[in-house]
Design a protein around this ligand. Structure first.
Ligand SMILES: Nc1ncnc2c1ncn2[C@@H]1O[C@H](COP(=O)(O)OP(=O)(O)OP(=O)(O)O)[C@@H](O)[C@H]1O
Ligand SMILES: [Mg+2]
Length: 371
């Protein structure tokens, strides 16, 4: 018989907080009488793939341009690597950053490689074998090495976009800033750019990008700031932001199914299922009357058994993960009621909202990814 020796589990290593690479405080920009960015506090940490998300005109590009010193803030502070972005430090910082914010200008009749050689000179790299190797490396990173001898004018939109990113990588930056890197790309182009961002992150490069397409960046970003009309409405770790809207989703064919289910769960007083919310009603699809229960997903079968025992038979039971898009809509009230707005308190009989409320009028879930 083998003796089993129990060891104390090692004490959990305390994770030091990653260095804050970019911090803005109260960043504000007026264009004449138009307030484009208002009192913005952002924090991009080393290792983040940080997405600045918001609808068209919400101030994303203006924020990135201020961070790069291309536009002067009306008020507020910007610091990089812990030091205020001013004076001589600005030049030092800009050498440590690669950015594609404006449409990069390349010469149409020069090849991609020649254009990058020009960009390298402009970035202060000497013409040398090391620089040539660097250009080749950047071309490989963005998957353009096989087409490096083609004239820029022969490039597709996606290839032009990737050449811009290659130019931003020439100086081996610690932070790469990309404004709408997937803009105008087809699904294959979008997934290539996403894969490129993931590769950069794996190499330890911090990425700050902007997008108005939440679903496109959700898979690749680790932290997000959501802005609307220039104001920050949420900032944080993607997994943490969305964890509150994870749960078990029940679909019912009858309009009163979700309501009766909520009542049955309320009576059961399950401490591990504290609230439930109405997701959306689509009476045309089977199981279209939906209730999201905030319970651990592995309890789905227990919840189902309880409901069936109470005579409420769901047509559908599945695990539910909210998307950033749902999260955004819930925060801004721009869509149907979602999991972010608990409609039913199931386990707090003394709470004022303990009694299940009635459903709102049926609404149709917003599809598509644009905010
Ligand atoms: N140079 C400028 N002069 C005047 N107004 C400007 C200027 N640049 C931006 N704005 C205004 O500031 C607001 C924010 O614009 P910005 O380009 O930062 O938004 P965005 O979030 O990047 O939008 P999009 O998703 O369309 O790129 C808009 O109302 C825009 O019209
Ligand atoms: Mg923009």
């Amino acid at each position: 018989m083998t003796a089993v020796v129990a060891h104390e589990p090692p004490a959990p290593a305390t994770q030091p907080m990653p260095e804050v690479i970019l911090r803005t405080r109260g960043l504000t920009k007026w264009f004449g009488a138009r307030l484009a960015v208002e009192d913005l506090d952002l924090e991009v940490r080393r290792g983040d793939v940080f997405a600045l998300l918001g609808p068209n005109g919400s101030g994303k590009t203006t924020t990135l341009r201020m961070a790069l010193g291309l536009v002067w803030p009306t008020s507020g502070e910007i610091s990089f690597f812990g030091q205020q972005f001013a004076g001589a430090w600005r030049q030092t910082v800009l050498r440590r950053i690669g950015a594609v914010v404006e449409q990069p200008t390349f010469y149409p009749y020069l090849t991609a490689r020649e254009n990058l050689a020009g960009a390298a000179t402009f970035a202060g790299l000497r013409s040398s074998p090391a620089t040539q190797a660097r250009i080749q490396w950047a071309l490989e990173q963005v998957g353009l090495a096989p087409r490096a001898g083609d004239a820029y004018r022969k490039y597709s939109l996606g290839m032009k976009q990737r050449l811009g990113i290659a130019a931003a990588l020439l100086t081996d930056p610690e932070l790469v800033i990309l404004d709408e890197p997937t803009n105008g790309l087809d699904p294959a182009g979008i997934s290539e750019v996403r894969a490129l961002i993931a590769r950069l992150a794996q190499r330890g490069v911090t990425v700050l990008l902007s997008s108005h397409l939440l679903h496109e960046v959700q898979q690749v970003c680790t932290r997000v700031a959501i802005i609307q009309q220039g104001r920050l409405i949420s900032q944080g770790n993607v997994v943490e932001l969305l964890s509150a809207s994870r749960g078990v989703l029940f679909g019912f064919t009858q309009s009163d199914g979700a309501h009766r289910a909520a009542e049955a769960l309320h009576r059961a007083q399950l401490h591990w299922a504290p609230h439930a919310s109405y997701i959306h009603a689509d009476p045309l699809s089977p199981g279209g009357w939906q209730l999201l229960v905030s319970a651990p997903q592995e309890r789905a079968a227990d919840l189902n058994a309880l409901l069936v025992g109470a005579g409420v038979i769901p047509a559908e039971v599945r695990r539910y993960e909210a998307s950033l898009e749902h999260y955004f809509l819930a925060l801004t009230g721009g869509g149907p009621q979602t999991s972010m707005a608990p409609a039913y308190s199931l386990s707090a009989p003394d709470a004022p909202d303990a009694t299940p409320t009635t459903f709102d009028a049926p609404t149709v879930a917003t599809q598509g990814g644009q905010v």
